[in-house]
Design a protein around this ligand. Sequence first.
Ligand code: PLP
Length: 385
Amino acid sequence: MAPSATVATTALAADLVRQGRDVIPMSAGEPDFDTPDHIKQAGIRAIQDGQTKYTAPASGLIELKEAIARKLDRENGLHYDPSQIVITCGAKQVIFAAIVALVDPGDEVLLPAPLYVSYADQVKLMGGVPVIIPTEPDAFCLSPDQFRSALTPRSKLIIFNSPSNPTGGIYSRAQFQALAELIAEAGLFTITDEIYEHFIYGDEEHVSLAALHPGVADRCLTVNGFSKTFAMTGWRVGYGAGPEEWMSHIAKVQSQETTNTCTLSQHAAIAALEGPQDSVGTMRAAFKLRRNAIADGLNELDRVTCPRPKGAFYVFPNVSGLFGNTIADDVEFCRYLLEAAGVAAVPGTGFSAPGYVRFSYTLPDDRLSDAIDRIQTAVTAIQGS
Ligand SMILES: Cc1ncc(COP(=O)(O)O)c(C=O)c1O
C-alpha cells in the first residue's frame, strides 16, 4: 500500500513553508473558507455542556443519524432508518471500514479511473485486487461497455465518485441508470462517494445511484461527509448509509478501530445539517469563478489542455505535451513546479492518470491569480528549453 499522494504532497509543501519558502498549496482537497460560525458555536457549546465523552453507540449520536436520514431523504431521494447509518472519522474512514468488512483476498474491485487516491490502496491493504478502468477524457465516466469488459466472476465491488476528485466529472441520470441495470444484474456491491455533491457549476444534477434501482440499493453504500460541503475537514465527520447487514459489519469494524468520531464534532455536524445553508452557495459561487480563472489560465498555455471541470474543486489538466528532455513525466513536472514556482500540485499518477496534474483551486482570489502567473511562467520556461 502506498501513502496518500495528496497527503504526502501537502506535507512536503508544509515542510517547505516551515523552512521559510513561499509555497502556494494547491495540493490539499479542502476549502479555504472557514467553518461557518453557527457550526463552530455548536462545537463550543458541546464542550461547555460537557459533551466530551464517548458517544453510545460508537457508530454515532442518534440525533445526528436522524438529521442525516432527513438529509438523505430530502436531498437524495434515499430512505434510510437511522440504524442504517454509521458516522465515522471522515468519509475516508467509512470507505475503509466498508472495504475491510467486505473485501476478501483475491476479490476484484472495479475502479473507474482517474480515481480518488485512497480507493485502490485501501483495497490492496485487504488483499483485494483493484481493477483500474481508464475512462475517456471527454467526460471521465465509465461506459456500460467498459463495465462489461471489466466484469469477471471475481468482481465483488465497484466504487463511483460523482462529482469526481480529481476530474470533476459527473454521471448523468441516464448514464447511472444504464450502469445500475448492469450492476444489479451482476449482483455487485457498490460504494458511491458523493462528497462533492454540492459543488456542481452548471446545469448538471447530482444523482444518487442507490435511488435509481432497488437491486443496487440492496448492496450499495452511499458515502458523504461534512469536510467539503461545510468546510469542516479538520472536524473529521463523515458517514455512510446502506443495507442493514453491511452497515452492522462497518459499525463493528469502526468500534474496533476508532470507537466513535469526535463527540463535539458530531454536535457541530447536527448544526451544519439543520442550520442555515447559505455558506454552501457562497462557496460554490466563489469556486465557480476560480475554476473559470484557472482553467482559462492553463488553456492559454501551448501543449496543456484543461477542459473546465463540471464539479468538485480541482482542475485536472493534461500536461503530457510538455514531456521531453527537461521533464519526463507528471511526477517530475510537479517536483519542478514546486521547486521553480513554489506551487504544490499532485501528479496524476497518484490518481491512476499519468500525464495529468491536479490543482486544487480553493485559494483566495489574489493567491490564485499569483499561482496562475507562477504556473504560466514556469511552464513557458520549459516550453522554451
Ligand atoms: C472523493 C473523496 N472521498 C473522500 C474524501 C475524504 O474526505 P473526509 O475528509 O470526509 O475523510 C475525499 C477527500 O479529499 C475525497 O476527495
